[in-house]
Design a protein around this ligand. Sequence first.
Ligand SMILES: Cc1cc2nc3c(=O)[nH]c(=O)nc-3n(C[C@H](O)[C@H](O)[C@H](O)COP(=O)(O)OP(=O)(O)OC[C@H]3O[C@@H](n4cnc5c(N)ncnc54)[C@H](O)[C@@H]3O)c2cc1C
Length: 425
Amino acid sequence: MSPVPAAGRRHRVVVVGAGFGGLAATKELAELPVDVVLLDARNHHTFQPLLYQVATAGLDGDDVCYAVRGIVSRQRNAEVRLGRVASVDLDGRRLDLDDGGSLTYDHLILAAGAVTNDFGISGVAEHAFGMKSLADASAIRDHVLTQFELADADPTLIDRGALTVVIAGGGPTGVELAGGMIELFSMVLVKDFPHLDVARARVVLVEATDHLLAAFHPKLSETAKRTLESRGVEVLTETAVAEVTAESVRFADGRVIPTATMIWAAGVKANPIGATLGVELTKGGRVAVADDLSLPGHPEVFVVGDLAASRSTDGAVLAQVAPVAMQGAAHAARQIGAQLAGRPTKAFRYLDKGSMATIGRRRAVAELPGGIRLTGTIGWLSWLALHLYMLIGFRNRLNVLVNWAWNYVTYDRASRIVTGPREAP
Ligand SMILES: Cc1cc2nc3c(=O)[nH]c(=O)nc-3n(C[C@H](O)[C@H](O)[C@H](O)COP(=O)(O)OP(=O)(O)OC[C@H]3O[C@@H](n4cnc5c(N)ncnc54)[C@H](O)[C@@H]3O)c2cc1C
């Protein structure tokens, strides 16, 4: 049954999260006779696929992020609220915020995404950098550049791992980060630090299984590994991280690598909001949803994107990737329209358009529907075109295009400013 709003106000749909899912849902709700409240803990949308370029000094933060109010300001039935949801009261149809405030809804779309999963490994939360937010990516860039400055002043720090970056996780994020980091070292920092033995800088990519890019065809996994190694990345497969400290990483087989920089790209788990619903959760804390993406027993609540365990038609749980979030969110918004019009809801059908990962300059792998696989320059150009297309806002697209062209032609990375902590006055 479709919920009825209190007398005197329009039907209110609250969308939690202005990520890929939340923005797609908000847009899809534009034509419905509802008021939309788009709530996010941050004031910006983050284009996570390009965060690794911020971490490796290729792009600035505001090239890959966009103020949410700027995106939504022209949608007449939508408003933005800044706030962090602490818990959801399903029976009261209310969101409780961490500042003590609350927000009621008639329909709710939860698109709060995922958080870094440290799998309970000792020291990861304390000493490793995450790769989920602009703050994470900027912190990595600041830290790596600062390590080079410190080693320039005191080269003995190299033996203690100042110039060693260890990246855990051989999925697309780890592969892209490793490729971008080695280019930063070998093309840019080598010129910036003429007195430093930059050849001793290391990028080590660690993967627990026996191959990189698990979601890709084995041939593409092999291509990615070979390309990374040819560029100087040390790829350690079948290697599990056992402990991270401020100075080193220890693997399950006992090996230890001294490092000042451990980056955790080994996995995510669903946003803890899911656990406050008091409903069934699946692997990784993802919320089990009905086939129309609503919450079983609560047709007025939809859960989409990384937070949800939505399924393909063959029953497999869909991956935590942007197209799943966008298509699922648009579907949820359409089902709200159906409910308001008194029509039955439909099952979600995901249209898989393939996966891509870039490995640095003129190298990428792409797996497209119909068994089509792209590698090398063609794969890379396709990757560039898709990511430019997906970015929000003409200014961001133009900035990114100019930056990429500049980086490509000059072998430079313009975004090497260490902002660091606020200085004392
Ligand atoms: C480094 C990296 C690279 C990636 N690369 C790719 C790629 O190349 N291709 C691809 O398809 N996918 C990629 N992904 C995955 C993709 O980004 C996610 O699948 C997608 O962002 C999920 O969309 P979402 O809307 O569920 O969540 P998100 O886009 O993560 O958005 C969640 C939003 O919820 C907000 N939020 C969280 N908690 C709260 C709260 N308590 N209260 C209020 N707001 C809250 C957050 O601030 C955020 O804005 C990548 C992910 C990462 C981390």
